[in-house]
Every structure is written in structure tokens, then in C-alpha cells.
Design a protein around this ligand. Sequence first.
Ligand code: SAM
Length: 447
Amino acid sequence: MPEMSAVGKPPVIAVTAADLDDDGAGVGTVDGRQWHVPELVPGESAEVAAVHHSPHQPASWGRIVARTSPPSADRARPVCPAFGRCGGCPWQHVAYPAQLAAKHRRVQRALGDLAAVAPPIAAPSPIHYRAKGKYVAGRTDGHLALGAWARDRHAFVDTAGCQLVVPAIDRVRGAIVAAAAGARLAPADERRRTGHLRYAIVRAARDGRVLVGLVVHGATPPAIMAATAAALTAAAPEVVGVVRLDNDRTDGGLLDQPPTPLAGAMTLDDQVAGVPVALGASEFAQVNPAQADALYAHVAALAEATAATRAVDVYAGLGGIAFALARAGATVTAIERDASAIAALTAAATRAGLAVTGEVGDAARLAGFPAVDLVVVNPPRKGCSPATLAAATASSAQRLIYVSCGPESLGRDLAALVAAGWRVDHAQPFDLMPATSQIETVVRLVR
Ligand SMILES: C[S@@+](CC[C@H](N)C(=O)[O-])C[C@H]1O[C@@H](n2cnc3c(N)ncnc32)[C@H](O)[C@@H]1O
């Protein structure tokens, strides 16, 4: 802990940042304590005054009192007008190669001695990659605006001009704002439970066509919604469909009632792993489709699948991994708890003539498929359930590919798998979300 440096002055401590935390603060270790310092980029030093000491771990948060080094060459000019206020992409002030280096350190730290981690494969573009925007409705200068919750407080930030979404999404965001104003569609006031629009979901296909989901309170008059959708489709010809999603939930959940049509199509035709799919407004799909396809191709190459391969894709989502394996010749069972995703996956596989069978249910259903050659798991951030890991080990699979979006849960699960007799022979991070701390990792295990 810092000593008082002089009578009447706040105690300061010299910190040199060596890493980045999830919020984009520089992190430096002094006497075994990790100091998180906003606006300090790795490689930079400063005198820092304490703002908060964690009561649970040797970690403190501080603010810069004086900079004691020149700016790092890894500093970058943030591209979004709302950077610093919007909580979405807090690593924009760091150059992309330094972001990748920080992600590499994070995965290697999480995997420790379990694997030598390769440097991450960079996204094709560090900006304009997000194919889906989920906007919160709020007010700017008294008018409806679309944006996000602020990073450190429950306040609305207008994210007009966001550079992380594909340009069509920001254009359509502006068209929704204009259409809503003309139709008197008001932003919802979550505390008073008044108003109409809670969120807008804007999804873009690779060919530039866009699907819009308007998430509204159930009492929103149909005439207002119809007028908004008509004005929006007239102003933005790339919008192929507008759907209404009624939602009176208070827990932040996006899904409540199934969508109802307002204009045009209910789904957007796009591709996952090269297979045509019809995506709904709120369905889970990887936000960076080009990089997700690269990841799926990598999984298929690691699997060395042939026409004789029997594979199970667990936590299958819309089936990107299953499709990539089936296109390489494998016969695949796809397990996923979201019935609508399995319906979309099954329809797409049937249309494409791929040998993929969908199973709606918990990941632990893997135990029902013991006679397989390959298991692939791609769980949510918290990792796999012990029952799923045990089922993979109990199966006859000689290869297990683990695709993870949570390096720390991956480290935990790999330790359990290694203890159960598996060995890691490949660990390759893929960056799907530049300007954030998020990182996917593909790991192959053999017996
Ligand atoms: C990280 S996503 C991966 C989806 C897909 N593999 C992809 O590449 O898009 C995780 C998926 O697991 C599903 N899921 C979460 N928990 C599950 C569980 N306990 N059993 C089955 N599926 C689950 C989610 O619905 C989601 O589709």
C-alpha cells in the first residue's frame, strides 16, 4: 500500500502498466498488488493516487496524478464518437496489434502449463465487423435516440456513428430514429414503465440487407408500430423486414413473446459456414460472421473429418461447426437447448443436403451418443458442465475440440479433462471482437 508522500498531498504510487483489464484500464503490479489505472496504456508509467482498494484480493484502482513516461506507440485514436462513455468497446484507444498481444497473454495465463498458446488470428477488420446492433432506446435533447447503457453508471449514451457495426447498421439506426419521431413512437422509461420502445435490434446480412426487431412494451398501440415500420422501410430500402417483439420483462432479458410481423420478411437470409440460413431478429449468431467462418473452417481442418467420421457438435447454436464438419463429409449430431436454433439448423441442413441431425436438449445429452469419433463443444462463457465433460471422456471419441469464449473457464475445464486422460495438442485463439477483451480459443485434445 502507498505511503503518504508529503504532508497534505494524496499518497501516490509509481505504476508501469504491463497489461489491459476488461474495461481498458492499464494494469501494473507493485509489491504484489495489481493496480488498474484508466487511460494508462501498457508500456506507460504514471504516478497514481488510489481510488479504491479491493477488500477481497490484492487489487486497487487508481487515477493518474502525473504521467512519468512518453505516450506509448501502442496508443490509438478511438474511432467512435461515444468512446469513453459507451461501455461497448473499451479497448479502442489501444492499437490493434497491442490488443491482440493482450488477448494472447490472457489466454496463456488462463491455460498455464496445459498448453502453449499460439498468437491469436486477427479479425479481417478491427472496425465495422459487428453484423448485429442491439440498441437501447433513450433520449438525446428530448428526442428518441438509440444507444447503450453507460460504462460505469445506469445512464443512456447515444451511440450514433458507432464504427464497430457494419455501416448499414448505423445507417438503419438513424432511419429508425427518424421513423419513430414521425410516428410518435416514444422511448420507454424503464423506471416509470411508460413509453413504448425499449430496444432496437438491427441485423445485417453479408449482402447488405437488414432485418429490424423493435422490442416494445406490450401496451404499445399497433397503429404507432405500423406507422414506424412503414416510414422505416420507405426511407431505408435495405430493410427487408421489421418485426415487433413484445417484452415487459424487468430482468433485462430480450426474449419474451415470439416476434410478430410489421413489414416485409420475418427472417434474414444469410450464410453460416457457407450454408444458407434464415436468421430471426433475436437469434444467437456470431457477431463477426467472416471471422466465425474462419474459426469453423479451422475446427473442420483440426478434426480431419472424413466420410467415416461420426461427430457430435455440443452447444451447437445455429450449427456453424456442425455445417463445417458435415461439409467435410462427417455425419453430425448437433445438441442445443434453444429449440428455435435447432429448427433453423435442421431446415438449413435439409436444404443443403448435409448429414446433420438436430437434438434439442441440455449439453449433457452427449452421454446418449457414446459411439462417436469426434466431440466438439462450444459452451457459453461459463464453460461446460461436469456432466458434459464426463460424457465426452466416457465416449469413444479419440478427438475432442473445445471452442471457448471464456479463457478462464477453458483453463478450469482443460485441467479436468487432462486429469481424465486427455492431452492438449493445439491451442489457437481467434479474435472475433476487436476493441474488446473478448477472445475465442480453439483447443484440440487427444487421448
Ligand atoms: C457460444 S454459443 C455457440 C453457438 C455455436 N456453436 C456457434 O458457433 O455459433 C453457445 C450455445 O450454447 C447454447 N447453450 C447454452 N447452455 C446450454 C446447455 N446447458 N445445453 C445446451 N445448449 C446450451 C446456447 O443457446 C448457445 O447457442
